[in-house]
Write a protein that binds this ligand. Structure first.
Ligand SMILES: [Fe+2]
Length: 231
């Protein structure tokens, strides 16, 4: 079983289509979505629809709930673009899911609680809470949200980030996590790798430049072009 896990498309359909092309070579059996299809970029309708038509399992992200739930008035641009039906779908996404792969029990979510994992001196309590939830001690966590992909082994288990498709920080390619293993709780070999796909960043920036109504367009354009967080 080969699964591509993706997150943080953020309305960047140029990057999404580049990833789609790369995935045609990788040929995953399934694509799982780990949150943030929309917001930030000008093509949120396209990335939302792409996720719905290509993915088989779904977890919502903070932007999906913020936009989908009409939480912030400045997101009106995205409400208008997406329409009621998509907003309701985004707002109804599950908060997390789990999967047994090659004997590792993974908790999959889109979350800030593990942002300290970016640091070497991760908060022990935060780490423990990330691995223990719902009365279950997980042996791996897979999440998006930080827009930087990584695969780590910690004392608590595997900590894996999908990276971002459309709003990568650090290296501004489209990223996805490729997981290959046997579904189930029997121990078996497991491969976790990062797919890094170049795309036409300038083309994406130009689409954003031409959209006068896009909120915080300068920040999005700078992030697409440089990979430096700008907001
Ligand atoms: Fe995000």
């Amino acid at each position: 079983m080969k699964i591509a896990m993706i997150g943080d498309l953020h309305g960047n359909y140029v990057a999404t289509l580049a990833l789609e092309k790369a995935l045609q070579r990788v040929q995953p059996d399934e694509i799982w979505f780990l949150g943030d299809a929309v917001g930030k970029g000008p093509q949120s309708r396209e990335t939302c629809d792409w996720v719905r038509s290509h993915c088989t399992r779904f977890v919502g992200g903070n932007w999906d709930y913020g936009v989908g739930g009409r939480e912030f008035a400045e997101d009106g641009y995205f409400w208008d673009q997406l329409g009621d039906e998509r907003l309701a779908w985004l707002n109804g996404l599950p908060r997390e899911m789990d999967a047994h792969i090659s004997g590792v029990h993974f908790r999959l979510f889109h979350g800030r609680p593990v942002t300290p994992l970016m640091s070497v001196q991760a908060d022990k309590d935060v780490l423990a809470a990330a691995f223990r939830a719902n009365g279950v001690q997980y042996s791996g966590i897979i999440f998006a949200d930080s827009h930087r992909p990584f695969v780590r082994t910690l004392h608590e288990g595997y900590a894996v980030n999908t990276g971002s498709v459309g709003n990568s920080l650090g290296v501004n390619r489209a990223h996805a996590l490729i997981v290959e293993g046997e579904m189930g709780s029997a121990p078996a070999p497991l491969t976790m790798s990062i797919l890094c796909v170049p795309y036409d960043n300038e083309a994406m920036a130009e689409i954003a430049r031409r959209d006068a109504a896009l909120p915080h367009a300068d920040a999005f354009i700078n992030e697409v072009l440089t990979g430096v967080y700008s907001r």
